[in-house]
Write a protein that binds this ligand. Structure first.
Ligand SMILES: C[S@@+](CC[C@H](N)C(=O)[O-])C[C@H]1O[C@@H](n2cnc3c(N)ncnc32)[C@H](O)[C@@H]1O
Length: 260
């Protein structure tokens, strides 16, 4: 799986400041509907961009707790949230939450559960810490939904199959509804949030994920017979397609609104 060290933290932050992911955050906030005075938990707080918006919305009578397993991510989130006393960040694991039962009005987790192997346990923990009637919004990618034009489809397939290994479950959304129901939730709504570039834009989710995939597959491709030259050729092909106006990228994230 991927290691969320300082370099990864900077890459995630840059990608999550692109218009695609800014738009995603706006939709997640609309689905969560935070209200002043509420206690909200952000599981896998990452760079703290969502927690920052939530902290401003719950105001100084509310509380936002950002939890993350990676010290580099926590450092970045704490810096971002430093001026907001209603926000705090804690180190922890999504599968073992160190909070009392029914201690949050709402919980949000975007692009995190796909990294968590004991998913049933993580969802049961999420259910436990929510107040009865509380809301959860969970968003993850299903990498099977990808449509990405390439001059060499077979090589694209090998690169993406290696990239699947950066997650515990690259197809989590397809089974998340039943998993949430088994954990005791009612699933109220599921929506697609596409990351979509019909033409090349360097400052976009597609541009950022291309760089992340290149570095992950360069480090891990040997195990599946992918050499560094082949990975670079895959990357250069995308830049050539971009120059010719033939770049096309689309992948879906799926947002689940559930209630306890
Ligand atoms: C792709 S980032 C998403 C960050 C943030 N939720 C966002 O959407 O901006 C994934 C985050 O999940 C965290 N993470 C992964 N597995 C975790 C676990 N088991 N418990 C807590 N955090 C975890 C990583 O450290 C990283 O910060």
């Amino acid at each position: 799986m991927i290691e969320f060290d300082e370099a990864a933290a900077r890459a995630v932050e840059a990608m999550y400041l692109t218009p695609d992911v800014v738009g995603q955050r706006a939709r997640v906030i609309e689905m969560l509907s935070p209200r002043p005075g509420e206690r909200i938990l952000d599981i896998g707080v990452g760079p703290g961009l969502l927690a920052h918006d939530l902290a401003r919305m719950v105001g100084d009578t509310g509380r936002v707790v950002g939890l993350d397993a990676a010290p580099a991510m926590l450092k970045m989130a704490r810096t971002r949230l430093a001026a907001l006393p209603q926000a705090e960040c804690v180190e922890g694991d999504a599968a073992r939450l160190d909070f009392a039962d029914a201690s949050f009005d709402a919980v949000v987790s975007t692009q995190v559960y796909e990294y968590v192997a004991p998913i049933a346990r993580a969802l049961s923990e999420l259910h436990r810490v929510l107040k009865p009637g509380g809301r959860a919004v969970i968003l993850d990618t299903d990498w099977r939904s990808i449509v990405w034009h390439s001059s060499d489809e077979a090589r694209m397939g090998r690169v993406l199959s290696c990239w699947d290994g950066h997650l515990a479950d690259p197809h989590l959304p397809a089974t998340l509804g039943p998993s949430l129901r088994r954990a005791g939730f009612t699933v109220a709504r599921v929506e697609i949030v596409p990351m979509f570039s019909a033409h090349w834009q360097p400052v976009s989710y597609a541009g950022g994920i291309m760089r992340s995939i290149r570095s992950y597959v360069q480090a891990n491709g040997a195990k599946v017979g992918l050499g560094g030259d082949e990975v670079q050729a895959w990357y250069d092909d995308q830049l050539r397609l971009a120059e010719r106006g033939e770049f096309f990228f689309s992948v879906n994230r799926y947002a689940f609104v559930a209630t306890r």
